[in-house]
Write a protein that binds this ligand. Structure first.
Ligand code: MCN
Length: 776
């Protein structure tokens, strides 16, 4: 007991260094491939070299005879297992049966055909070369627009038009808006196919114990509990017999938010051979066996008055599905439609989506998932409109922004934006670059024959997924707060970080709410047997949804803490503050450790109170949250080569109340790097036969330290009313804001040469051609 008052140390809002970094930077983190189980064997998956072919026969005899090979399995062995699930139910959605190994046909290069299990992964790899597969190649189609043309090869013979689904959405009198317009601008805009490329590829270790029929599956995933629920029926096990353990994850970026054939396949192998088995993707394999992102061809039309007021929007969105649906595939273009008006007041709009099968790797969520495409579209269209009207790109944005007093704001697509101050972030960005002076500098540069561009993008995003009713999986999150007998705190969360740093930020939230030290909090996740059911990490939801569950569990625990404090202080009038219970009369206090000790020792209990100090909360948000921001890219183009160089990159982002400014900056930096990657470098290119011709790092260019400029990131904090902490997500923001800023900048640099639009990636060749008038 004590009477000394010390100012409580707080952590939220401070640049606290990441707890997880010492283990990551000293090489002591344990990733999937670090796992070694006794008696473990290794698997290699033989994948189709054809984009479309019938399988005439598979002969595995020579592979089975290869020294060290334990087993070989093909499609016939797994034909009765469950199918790879798609979690989205849409009326009329065509779902091809997605077996975990190909049956009579293969549908894309990389389609798994057989699995070899051996004592060593290299033996398994070599033995796979002994498998004789007789293919009968068929015509393939890899381009979604070509797939829609009459006479195109049918990806799935049962659906000759290659259409997987269509969706129409409309609000207001769109025809009238376009008829009343002074100006209509149209543009075809491509958001190319991308390969997510986490630093750690995917991998699985499956360990089935026949004696009790239990399976422990170690996997690099973003969704341990959802994976367990979906995987168990695929392999014929009960959910409670399956335990998912997630080691450290070296990046996910959405591509580990899935249920993959490989996960079920390894479970099946372990069940069949009675030994643990490991499979880890090689980098080249990752290019053809993990989902791709984006893959949009968008036809936009924007209608406006001469003064720049936007009257209406039309969008025809062609989504490249690939050969199959993965867990959220059809949802991704829907998200684009939801965000199609961006930050602007225009409610009159229509959108038509057509999801198209191609003989390519399935597409699904990749950082931003639908929202970078939407932002890219509207931000390009607003710039095109400004150019058509001879207006400044900043001025046209101010003209159409939803005002700061208009929140909550119902959009024409059915979203309710929670809070925002869009003009403010643009004000700050423009001021930071000294916009008028920069435009003057641009004029002088042009006079000297230099190609300098200023690109603005202002974005809003729907994130912190979300209310359960609006999602194909639950939108809530859970947390258990356990004050241990020593007063130290263990937190169990359904969130599954992949590098975002939540051991740190969650510790900050919990430390402040309980008044304990940041180092006295341990965050536990990634084990379905240890952690109560949760949903996982995607859609920038960890903090706004998972963090809120934690905050609420602590509020639930506080009355019990006070009851024990009151008992120890022998007073009815106590408060819990700064990690201690205080008697308001005597000024005496007891620490959380003393309270926890009493709660677990339980010699004496307050009336109607159980021993222990544990609470679990499930937070179901009433809405998504809507972060926003303004990015400005200043670029210069080399007139000889078309190479784009950055002069400045300014990002002003608002993710509500910031828990850790250091981490938020890191998220913005990483996100911007990925947005720059899309704008300038990256593309999954398929040839007409469906071969991925950018299937390795020699051909698929990633942004590098030398190509990403210093990012000047600034922040405003407009709290969200959706959760008690006022936080919004930030994990995807940078990616969403960046690509339109960069493209707008490059187009701006070339606008006086008659260039109106450029598609991504703006490779030197594409930029150079545009400068020559070729506009390729
Ligand atoms: N944060 C904060 N204050 C806020 C909001 C967030 O301090 N107002 C902190 C968080 O506590 C967390 C980080 O910023 O440490 C990101 O939080 P949040 O926005 O809640 O996003 P999630 O943790 O849900 O992460 C998901 C998001 C997505 S969808 C992708 S894709 C993505 C991303 O995060 N993949 C990543 N960032 C990534 N970063 C890394 N390193 N690796 C990935 O795979």
């Amino acid at each position: 007991m004590s009477t000394t008052i010390t100012e409580p140390k707080t952590f939220v809002g401070k640049k606290v260094r990441r707890k997880e970094d010492p283990r990551l930077i000293t090489g002591t983190a344990a990733f999937l491939d670090d796992l070694k189980l006794p008696n473990m064997v290794h698997a290699y998956t033989l994948r189709s070299p054809h984009a479309a072919a019938a399988i005439r026969s598979i002969d595995v005899k020579a592979a089975l005879e290869f020294p060290g090979v334990v087993a070989v399995f093909t499609g016939v062995d797994v034909k009765d297992l469950g199918l790879v699930p798609c979690g989205v139910a849409l009326p009329g959605l065509r779902l091809p049966p997605h077996h975990i190994l190909a049956q009579e046909r293969v549908y894309y290069v990389g389609h798994p055909v057989a699995v070899v299990v051996a004592t060593d992964r290299y033996v398994a790899r070599d033995a796979a070369d002994r498998i004789e597969v007789e293919y009968e190649p068929r015509r393939a189609v890899a381009d979604p627009e070509k797939a829609l043309e009459p006479g195109a090869p049918a990806v799935h013979p049962q659906w000759p038009d290659n259409v997987s689904f269509t969706h129409h959405q409309e609000n207001g009198d769109v025809a009238k808006a376009f008829a009343d317009a002074d100006v209509v601008v149209k543009q075809r805009i491509v958001s190319q196919r991308l390969v997510p490329n986490p630093m750690e590829p995917r991998g699985v270790v499956a360990d089935y114990r026949g004696a009790d029929g239990s399976l422990t599956l170690y996997t690099s995933t973003q969704i341990p509990h959802l994976l367990r629920s979906l995987l168990a029926p695929m392999i014929g096990l009960d959910e409670h017999k399956v335990r998912i353990i997630v080691p450290d994850v070296g990046g996910g970026f959405g591509c580990k938010l899935n249920v993959y054939a490989d996960e079920a396949l390894m479970a099946f192998v372990s069940m069949r051979i009675g030994r643990p088995v490991k499979w880890v993707e090689s980098r080249r394999e990752n290019f053809v066996s993990t989902i791709h992102g984006r893959g949009h061809v968008d036809y936009y039309e924007i209608a406006a008055k001469r003064d720049g007021t936007i009257l209406g929007l039309r969008l025809k969105l062609i989504q490249d599905i690939g050969a199959y649906h993965q867990i959220l595939t059809p949802l991704i273009p829907m998200l684009s439609v939801l965000m199609m008006p961006g930050l602007y007041r225009c409610k009159t709009l229509s959108a038509d989506i057509v999801g198209v099968f191609t003989n390519c790797v399935p597409t699904d969520a990749y950082r931003g998932a639908g929202r970078p495409e939407a932002t890219h579209g509207i931000e390009r269209m607003v710039d095109l409109l400004a150019a058509e009207l001879g207006m400044d790109p900043a001025e046209i944005r101010y003209k159409n922004f939803i005002g700061s007093s208009e929140f909550p704001y119902q959009t024409g697509t059915g979203m309710v934006y929670d809070s925002g101050d869009y003009a403010r972030v643009l004000d700050i960005a423009l001021k930071t670059v000294n916009y008028p002076a920069l435009r003057e500098e641009q004029k002088r540069a042009r006079d000297q024959g230099r190609l300098m561009g200023i690109g603005i993008s202002t974005y809003g995003e729907v994130c912190a997924a979300g209310p359960s009713a609006a999602l194909p999986v639950g939108g809530w999150e859970s947390s258990t707060i356990r004050v241990e007998p020593s007063g130290k705190v263990t937190v169990l969360t359904g969130i599954q970080p992949q590098g975002q740093g939540e051991q740190t930020t969650f510790s900050q939230i919990v430390a402040d709410e309980l008044g304990v030290d940041f180092e006295d909090v341990a965050i536990v996740y990634g084990d379905t047997s240890a952690v109560q059911y949760g949903i996982g990490t995607f859609g920038s939801r960890a903090t706004a949804v998972g963090g809120t569950a934690m905050y609420l569990a602590i509020q639930e625990l506080k009355p019990k803490i006070k009851k024990f404090g009151a008992m120890l202080l022998d007073s009815d009038d106590v408060r819990f503050e700064g990690g201690r219970c205080w008697c308001n009369k005597s000024g005496k206090s007891v620490s959380l450790a003393e309270i926890a000790g009493a709660a677990y020792r339980a010699i004496k209990l307050p009336p109607n109170t159980e021993p222990g100090l544990v609470a679990t909360s499930y937070w179901e948000p009433s809405n998504f949250t809507f972060p926003f921001g303004a990015h400005i890219a200043v670029t210069e183009i080399d007139p000889e080569t078309g190479t784009v160089k950055f002069l400045r990159y300014v990002a002003v982002d608002d993710c509500g109340r910031i828990i850790n400014p250091l981490i938020v900056s890191g998220q913005v930096h990483g996100g911007v790097a990925q947005g720059i990657g899309q704008a300038l470098y990256e593309q999954a290119v398929y040839d007409d036969t469906g071969q991925l011709i950018t299937g390795e790092y020699m051909d698929y260019t990633m942004p590098r330290a030398t190509t990403v400029p210093p990012i000047e990131d600034l922040h405003t904090e407009t709290p969200s009313p959706v959760n008690p902490m006022g936080v919004k997500g930030v994990g995807e923001a940078g990616t969403i804001g960046a690509s339109p800023a960069v493209v707008n900048s490059v187009v701006d640099a070339l606008s006086h040469l008659g260039v109106r639009h450029l598609d991504m990636p703006m490779t030197p060749e594409r930029v150079w051609n545009a400068m020559q008038g070729g506009r390729k």
